[in-house]
Each structure stands twice: as structure tokens, then as C-alpha cells.
Design a protein around this ligand. Structure first.
Ligand SMILES: [Zn+2]
Length: 381
């Protein structure tokens, strides 16, 4: 399936619901527990068909079913690996491939820089599935009837279906990415292209959702399972398309977020200064933030505003500033000129309530408060 995550993607490595099963070319391969349930379901569903082509297997038909589910998973994995390899060729880092209940997700550290890259990364997935399907079909010609022929035939069918369905031009499907590449090429605007492909994705979701009713109207009998599948897939596509549209709208506005413009004036004080005194000095110069410095005048921490508010006034006179200060770890110091997506990425990779902004010469420019970034962002809406 391979919709890919970019900005704001959760780190799959920290995903408690995913099991790391190995790594290919430095890319972690994860399996979500939901995929295990689906694999078991597949094994169960294909068991009767296996019984038909190979009677007398008994309980072994479930073992054969599990083996089929594993082969199917491996072929889906090849699809994802093809996305990952092409992305890496373009210098885009790939963190992980996660198999979940309806396919896989390849988590990348960046986004394709050009429509051509987007096209290549997206199109190679369905092309790989179609190639596997074609290869299996060719193999089928020389395979005698029986269990093996059934497995090869089912793999051919499944991969051809995955390849064709993924070419449907709506996000989050690969075809949606291909469409996005085309609209991007024509308009020159990647965000508008995402919104367009997202809307087509929503339309596809609606068609999927109502497909059982449409089939019924056409006189084709449908069962309760068809309704369940239509609702699950339709809902999945709708929500994924919607989040793609939302994130495109957000990202279109990001360039307006500039750290320097949002910074608070800051006061530098020694770490051991009483908190009440530091606050008084900050108010005197109308500073909205306080930074602590060591004896050599180097910044060592940023005062946490929430911690100050949580400290009763009477305690502030005998507490040191240090007690409400977060030490400046790597990531909490940002260049004053950082802006847009780079700023958001930096904040996501080191979440904090305050960041110290430095001038290119190392001097303190001010403090960037996460709440100010949030407020500027909402005001922009
Ligand atoms: Zn894909």
C-alpha cells in the first residue's frame, strides 16, 4: 500500500505495537501486531481452498495457510523495499518499513525534492507488485496441479491485485502519489498537488464505502463481509486522504514561521541567583524569558516558564533560578534564523517548551517558546 510518512511521522522505532523482525540495507523492518492477526486470518481463510487442492492434509492445511501468508507478506515487503531503495538513490533517508494490517508503510526522513523523484519512488511499488505477479503467472505454466500450483497462482493473483489497486490515483495509494507528481509538475506547487491527490483519495474512499450497495443495486449479491471490508477500507482511505490534505495545508503555511520573529527578549543571569530576583530583573527590562549562564558567561540552561508559574511566590525568594531551569542539551539550542519546516523538524526531534536561539557568532539572540510557535501557527490559520 505504501503511503509514506514524512513530516511529523512518529518514530516507528519507538512504536510499542511494532516488532522489529530484521533490517535490510540499514532499514529496520517492523511488523505490527495487527499484521499478525491478518496473517492468521489469511491462513484460516485459505485453509478450505488448500483442503480442496490437497485433500487429506488435516491440520497441516493451516500450516500451509501460514506458509502462504508468510510468502504473501514477503512479496508485500518487496514492494516496500522497492520504494525504499529508489528513495535512498535520491538521497532520502529511510528509517523503517512497517507491515501493518493493510500493507506496509515506508517511513522516510525527507520528502522527494522534485516531481520526477516523487513519480519514481511511487511508481516503482506497483511496478514491483505487477512484476512479481507476472513472474508467478509465468511460473504457474510449468507447475503441475496441486498445492504448489495453488500457492503460486494465489500469489500471482494477490500481487496483481495489489499492483492494480495501488495505481488508483488517490492518496494514500501509490497512484495518488503518482497523480501528485503530475499535478506538482504542472502547477509547480507540491502542496496544491497533495491537496488535489487527497481529494481524489476522498472520492475513491466514498466509492469504496458505497461499493457493496452499488453492487447490490446492480443485482450482484453481496454478503455482510463485503460491507465490513468496504467500511474498513473506505474509512482507512478517507482518514489517510484527509490527513494528507491537512498536512499539506499546514506545510503550505510553514515558511511564515520564523524563529527570529517569534523570539522573546531574554535576560542572562547566574544559576545561583534567587528566582524572585531574576524575575524582578527580567520584568525591569521587559524580558519574556530567562537564561542561566556559567561563570564564564556561557549559556547553560533555559528557565521553564511553566515551572516558574507552578512555584508559589513566597518560595521564589529562597529558590535558585537553577531549580526551574532545563539544562541546554543538544537540540535545545537553535540558530536564530531557522524557519519553516526546518524549525518544526528541529522542535520535533528535541521536544521542549523553550529553545535558546543563537546568532551565527554564538551570541544569545533570545528564547523561542513552543507556546509562541503554536499561537503564531493558529493565528495564521
Ligand atoms: Zn506502495
Amino acid at each position: 500500500m505504501a503511503h509514506r510518512t514524512g513530516l511529523g511521522a512518529p518514530a516507528e522505532r519507538n512504536d510499542p505495537g511494532a516488532l522489529r523482525v530484521g533490517s535490510i540495507g540499514g532499514v529496520d523492518v517492523m511488523v505490527r501486531s495487527s499484521w499478525l492477526i491478518v496473517a492468521a486470518l489469511i491462513a484460516y481463510l485459505v485453509a478450505p481452498a488448500i483442503e480442496q487442492v490437497a485433500p487429506g492434509l488435516g491440520a497441516l492445511k493451516y500450516v500451509a495457510g501460514v506458509a502462504f501468508a508468510v510468502l504473501l507478506t514477503l512479496s508485500l515487503l518487496l514492494h516496500e523495499i522497492s520504494h525504499a531503495l529508489v528513495a535512498k538513490r535520491f538521497g532520502i533517508g529511510v528509517r523503517s518499513i512497517t507491515l501493518h494490517f493493510i500493507g506496509g508503510v515506508t517511513a522516510m526522513d525527507g520528502e522527494p525534492g522534485t516531481p520526477k523523484q516523487e513519480f519514481a519512488i511511487s511508481a516503482v511499488g506497483p511496478a514491483t507488485s505487477l512484476a512479481i505477479g507476472g513472474l508467478a503467472l509465468a511460473l504457474l505454466q510449468g507447475t503441475p496441479d496441486g498445492l504448489l500450483a495453488w500457492v503460486v497462482g494465489a500469489l500471482a493473483y494477490a500481487n496483481l491485485v495489489v499492483g492494480v489497486l495501488n495505481l488508483v490515483p488517490g492518496l494514500p495509494l501509490d497512484g495518488g502519489r503518482v497523480l501528485r507528481a503530475g499535478v506538482w509538475k504542472v502547477t509547480g506547487d507540491p502542496h496544491r498537488a497533495t491537496v488535489a491527490a487527497g481529494w481524489v483519495g476522498r472520492a475513491v474512499a466514498v466509492v469504496v464505502l458505497f461499493s457493496p450497495w452499488l453492487l447490490e443495486l446492480a443485482g450482484i449479491p453481496v454478503g455482510i463481509t463485503d460491507y465490513v471490508i468496504a467500511v474498513v477500507f473506505g474509512w482507512f482511505m478517507w482518514s489517510a486522504a484527509t490527513s494528507a490534505i491537512m498536512s499539506a495545508r499546514i506545510r503550505a503555511k510553514l515558511p511564515a514561521l520564523r524563529a527570529r520573529a517569534l523570539a522573546r527578549r531574554t535576560l542572562s543571569v547566574p544559576e545561583e541567583l534567587p528566582l524572585a530576583e531574576a524575575i524582578r530583573q527580567a520584568q525591569d527590562i521587559e524580558a519574556g524569558s530567562i537564561v542561566t549562564q556559567d561563570a564564564a558567561g556561557r549559556p547553560v540552561g533555559v528557565v521553564n516558564e511553566a515551572a516558574v508559574h507552578a512555584t508559589p511566590e513566597e518560595r521564589r525568594s529562597w529558590m535558585a533560578v537553577r531549580d526551574v531551569t532545563r539544562t541546554l542539551e543538544p537540540g535545545l539550542t537553535l540558530p536564530a534564523d531557522i524557519a519553516g519546516e526546518q524549525l518544526i523538524r528541529a522542535m520535533q526531534s528535541a521536544p521542549a517548551t523553550e529553545y535558546l536561539l543563537l546568532e551565527p557568532d554564538g551570541g544569545v539572540y533570545g528564547v523561542l517558546s513552543t507556546s509562541d510557535v503554536d499561537a503564531a501557527f493558529s493565528a495564521n490559520r
